[in-house]
Design a protein around this ligand. Structure first.
Ligand SMILES: [Zn+2]
Length: 86
């Protein structure tokens, strides 16, 4: 079951997508696995939490499937808003 509200537990890594060039993919801060927001297979990462304000995705927490690190993503562009709705 997924809660709507974001939990306040600390997430060790934060990635600001607005500071990343290209298609928004980035290496996992811990193990280096490339995580692409456009990859929706959930083989590389899994979305565990989302924060939506005024129908806009502002924050996403993903877990790297390789090393199980939680990574908080901020700085979303409108182009990847689709991730918020399944
Ligand atoms: Zn990792």
């Amino acid at each position: 079951m997924m809660k709507k509200t974001i939990t306040k537990k600390s997430v060790p890594y934060t990635i600001d997508l607005s500071k990343i060039d290209g298609d928004g993919s980035f290496p996992c801060p811990k193990c280096g696995t490339v995580i692409s927001p456009e990859d929706e297979t959930e083989e590389v990462y899994k979305i565990v939490d989302t924060k939506v304000i005024n129908d806009e995705l502002v924050e996403l927490v993903v877990v790297c499937e390789k090393c199980k690190s939680s990574i908080k993503l901020t700085g979303f562009q409108p182009t990847i808003e689709g991730l918020a709705s399944e």
